[in-house]
Ligand binder design. Structure first.
Ligand code: BG6
Length: 606
């Protein structure tokens, strides 16, 4: 996804625009650009590279203006080049536009515009918007009408904003599927892809819906329906986050900060309003079949839910990657589809939910961003309250979602009388101990994990093994290693190894095994068998386990011993180790921790 920021005010907005687009950089950072109005003429500066690098190189802050738009790009169509960087300006220089999404019919539109004499300088879909605005303005001599006409011919998804020298004190913007919201300040108005674009300056947001457009000036704004062109009354949404929470707070990276915030975010999850959770449990109990969805990290959260719900309720709950849902799932009015999504904007998950809804299914979600598209689409939403997760790599949001899903699974099992109130209370006690357990692991094991990661940072091939509910933990921990350290790591079920993958074991293949506590007897013993299989071939095994020192000392090449914990929360503690191992490996390899190459925080395009 990309980041859009815009501001129009009484005074110079250049620095506000920089802050806004900088706060959105986690949405994509291949290239950056701004369009500013100066003496009723549009000035565009843009280049490849991150926001800070761009602003410094082009000395943009010195370009004073009272109105402007900015963009930080995650490339979908067209390579990462200066020409393909937003904003795009019309041939006559009177329109500059930024966009997040995909104009799916851009090719026929571009071909037609080229035949009409418009020259294209980029390989992007977005550039058609600038030329369409120019073309339709020439017909109507009215910016708003040109905008509506442009919106009527484009297909696909968009969040877009533009400025025009014909109306040099106004910003025009609209959305379809990609997120866009307004920041309403005194004598200043903002537009942004999410709250972070203006959180430092106003907590009053107006969240645009599909089919709406808005016109902003420094002392007024109006939202209208694209179809009827009638004004739409929109509520002001108060933003709960404070800008400080969105900052690094003394940590070297957001990733480490957010890993260390986990004791707090787990407590927040456990303190959520019970009625909100009970409403979702009720949906599960009434559904004839239920599915868990997510993509990337949240697919592994969904997979974790599959295990914890199936185990506690003694009934099978499937999980499906959102992008595979429509091909696989068979839903109807008796179905429930539940998704996890940190951003609440992921295209694949949104599409799957809309498909489920179209089939009459009930839909619910746990998300971290209030007011997000998924939060507003579903029948019931759990806002997990983990605070802004700025690092592209998801850690605290995923762990909190797993805690919430554990709680939901416990409540459902109790409601179905599969577990007793006594067992429920034991599990609840285990969850309530989790923040302190994780605080202890962070305080006492981080140094050891750092040393291990440094020692093995040259290893280029890892197998991550886990059995049962430890399998999604292994998958998620492996994804962390791939995302932040760019190291190949394959997560797989422990029992899978002997059916083929074992042939890979040699000096260049390292295995990390998430070993359950001995109380989880069946999983524990079968996991040890997997380790024996590797060791019998002289393979390297790093064992992460809860067994006292010395009990299986010749079993591991390296071992990290964790304190004894309740079996229910052991997988979640193991995940924190996986997060730290990936983080410290990435440090050793000097990776760009919070903005890994080629990634974006959430992909809002197909
Ligand atoms: C990917 C992100 O694009 O989307 C992952 O890089 C994330 O970190 C995945 O897990 C799903 O995003 P979300 O917001 O739906 O949880």
């Amino acid at each position: 996804m990309c980041g859009i920021s815009g501001a129009v005010g009484l005074n110079n907005i250049s620095e506000l625009l920089f802050e806004g687009i900088k706060n959105l950089e986690y949405r994509g950072y291949d290239s950056c650009g701004v369009a500013l109005m100066k003496n009723n003429r549009i000035l565009v500066k843009k280049d490849i590279g991150g926001v800070e690098e761009f602003y410094r190189k082009h000395n943009v802050i010195q370009l004073k203006s009272k109105i402007g738009i900015a963009h930080t790009r995650w490339a979908t169509h067209g390579k990462v080049t200066q020409e393909n960087t937003h904003p795009f300006i019309s041939s006559d220089g009177n329109f500059a536009v930024v966009h997040n999404g995909i104009i799916s019919n851009y090719r026929p539109l571009r071909d037609k515009l080229k035949k009409e004499g418009f020259n294209f300088r980029s390989g992007t879909d977005t550039e058609v918007l600038a030329h369409l605005l120019e073309k339709f303005y020439k017909c109507s001599r009215n910016v708003e009408k040109a905008f509506i006409k442009t919106l009527s011919v484009i297909e696909g998804t968009f969040a877009l904003a533009f400025i025009s020298s014909y109306l040099p004190e106004q910003i025009f913007c609209a959305k379809r599927e990609s997120p866009l919201m307004l920041g309403i300040g005194d004598e200043i108005k903002f537009v942004g892809s999410d709250f972070n674009a203006f959180i430092d300056h106003t907590k009053n947001a107006v969240i645009l819906d599909d089919g709406e457009y808005a016109i902003l000036s420094r002392d007024a704004y109006v939202v209208k329906s694209i179809l009827s062109e009638e004004e739409v009354t929109k509520p002001i949404t108060k933003i709960e986050w404070d800008s400080e929470t969105s900052k690094k707070g003394g940590y070297p990276h957001y990733m480490l900060k957010e890993i260390y915030e986990q004791p707090q975010t787990i407590s927040n999850a456990l303190d959520l309003e019970p009625s909100g959770l009970d409403g979702v449990v009720d949906m599960f109990s009434k559904a004839r079949n239920s599915y868990f969805l997510g993509v990337g990290t949240t697919y592994y959260v969904a997979k974790y839910a599959k295990y914890i719900f199936s185990q506690l309720s003694q009934e099978f709950f499937p999980s499906i990657s959102s992008d595979e849902f429509q091909a696989l799932a068979n839903v109807d009015k008796h179905s429930l589809v539940f998704c996890a999504s940190q951003s609440g904007e992921t295209f694949d998950t949104l599409s799957a939910l809309k498909h489920a809804k179209s089939k009459g299914a009930r839909i619910a979600a746990v998300v971290n961003v209030m007011g997000s598209s998924i939060a507003r689409l579903v029948d019931k939403v759990i806002i997990q309250g983990s605070g802004p997760e700025i690092c592209v790599i998801s850690t605290k949001a995923a762990l909190s979602q797993m805690v919430i899903l554990t709680l939901l699974a416990m409540k459902l099992a109790l409601k179905k009388k599969v577990i007793t109130r006594k067992t429920y209370n034991q599990h609840l006690q285990a969850l309530r101990e989790l923040p302190e357990i994780i605080q202890g692991v962070l305080n006492e094991r981080s140094g050891f994990i750092h040393r291990l990661a440094s020692k093995y940072s040259a290893s280029r091939n890892w197998l991550y093994l886990g059995r049962g509910v430890y399998y999604p933990i292994a998958l998620e921990a492996a994804l962390k290693m791939k995302e932040v350290a760019y190291v190949h790591a394959e997560g797989m079920p422990g029992g899978f190894l002997k059916h083929g993958t074992l042939a890979m074991i040699d000096d260049d293949v390292f295995s990390i095994v998430f070993v359950p506590p001995p109380e989880d007897k069946v999983l524990y013993e079968s996991t040890l068998h997997s380790i024996e299989e590797i060791r019998a071939r002289s393979g390297f095994v790093l064992g992460i386990h809860f067994t006292p020192q010395g009990k299986n000392q010749d079993l591991y090449s390296e071992e990290l011993i964790l304190p004894k914990v309740p079996p229910l929360v052991a997988p979640l503690v193991q995940l924190v180790i996986g997060q730290l191992f990936a983080y410290f490996t990435a440090i050793s390899l000097k990776r760009n921790i919070d903005k890994p190459r080629f990634l974006a925080k959430s992909v809002t395009v197909a």
